[in-house]
Design a protein around this ligand. Structure first.
Ligand code: ZN
Length: 312
């Protein structure tokens, strides 16, 4: 019987690694730099070396380890094949097979946002639920969808891209994906800043946001102080996000919608802006989905990738 499992979350600048027992208790976590030179060819060997060293330090043998789960910033299909991770310089190849050949232990791989959803379901804000929609409001809007405890990867690993649901026909600027009017353009931290600048320029209503550096944090801090313009910005943000989540809910009928990422630090005040729009647009059968906050923060990815191995 395996006693331990490793979870790895590969990001554009650092790789986070976690050493867990099979119950999901985090025993140790650490980081190594992501070496992106030579098309990221050092990244997986670095991960293997770091894990093997940790096993030596902890006096753990391969027989005691269920395997290594890896979350990657790009679409990963059910076979563990990445279909391009621009941030890492990676093209298309099997993350699973490549790392298994180096480390000689079972490997599972998934998209980082999808595995973060799994982590929140296992040990975080969505613990105790099987049907989860997780949305991560950071620089972009990431998503992960879990149905009956399983992450939906889709045919090429591109499922759960909630941030690129088309939500606004009258948009002139492009989203990072090249389309116009994606949810990410209004629901992310940068999206909220854009909305704020637009709404502030529409009239001269006094606001504590005027003349300040605008961020998602400053907007929601002002909301908590009752600032009229900030409340209007939050309303617009919630309108878009609720509409996007309603579209997802019509497809997967979640028990719970888990909100994470930097913007979620604003706390439950967000729900007051998202839920009314969600309930207005969603099919009645999904109207009672619960809203919860993610609790694992930046560790969601290592938890979820470890869980991928235990679920295989
Ligand atoms: Zn987009």
């Amino acid at each position: 019987m395996s006693k331990y499992v490793f979870g790895v979350d590969i990001g554009g600048t650092t790789v986070k690694l976690g050493f867990f027992d099979v119950e999901g208790n985090l025993i140790d976590k650490w980081e190594i730099p992501t070496r992106k030179e030579n098309n990221g060819s050092n990244i997986l060997p670095d991960v293997a070396e770091s894990i093997l060293k940790k096993m030596e330090d902890k006096n753990v043998s391969k027989e005691d380890v269920a395997g290594v789960g890896v979350g990657v910033p790009g679409p990963v299909d059910n076979e563990g094949i990445i279909h391009k991770a621009a941030n890492l310089g990676w093209g298309e190849f099997s993350v699973k097979d490549t790392l298994e050949e180096i480390i000689h232990m079972p490997v599972m791989a998934g998209n980082d946002a999808n595995v973060a959803a799994l982590g929140e379901m296992w040990r975080g804000g969505a613990k105790g639920y099987d049907d989860v929609v997780m949305v991560t409001l950071g620089t972009g809007v990431g998503g992960g969808i879990i149905v009956k405890g399983k992450v939906i990867n889709g045919s090429t690993g591109a499922a759960g891209e909630i941030g690129h649901i088309h939500i606004e026909d009258n948009e002139t600027e492009c989203c990072g994906c090249g389309n116009k009017g994606c949810l990410e353009q209004y629901g992310s931290a940068t999206g909220i800043t854009r909305l704020a600048k637009k709404i502030l320029s529409e009239d001269n209503t006094p606001s504590s946001l005027r003349g300040k550096d605008i961020s998602a944090k400053s907007v929601f801090d002002a909301v908590k102080e009752g600032d009229e313009v900030a409340i209007r910005i939050a309303g617009k943000f919630g309108e878009y996000l609720g509409k996007g989540l309603a579209a997802i809910a019509c497809v997967v009928n979640p028990e719970v919608i888990c909100i994470g990422g930097g913007v979620s630090k604003a706390g439950e005040v967000l729900f007051g802006y998202i839920r009314p729009s969600y309930q207005k647009y969603v099919f009645h059968g999904s109207r009672d989905a619960k809203f919860v906050l993610a609790t694992l923060g930046n560790d969601a990815g290592i938890y979820g990738s470890a869980k991928l191995v235990l679920d295989k």
